[in-house]
Design a binder for this molecule. Structure first.
Ligand SMILES: [Zn+2]
Length: 64
């Protein structure tokens, strides 16, 4: 499970979903996104994303 969160608007990039609206196929790891990829919600670059839960305690299990 690889999810990255936009620190500006809270958009979550989910590897499983990709970003089809911007030509990113599902299964594309965040690290594999092109350098010019930007947040579809607010337009910031990859540098403003961070791994989900990086500095937080683990939450309860995910819903199926
Ligand atoms: Zn954003």
């Amino acid at each position: 499970m690889e999810r990255f969160v936009c620190t500006v608007c809270g958009y979550v990039y989910d590897k499983e979903e990709g970003d089809p609206d911007n030509g990113i196929e599902p299964g594309t790891a965040f690290e594999e996104l092109p350098d010019d990829w930007v947040c579809p919600e607010c337009g910031v670059g990859k540098e403003d994303f961070e791994p989900e839960g990086a500095e937080e305690e683990e939450e309860e299990g995910e819903e199926p």
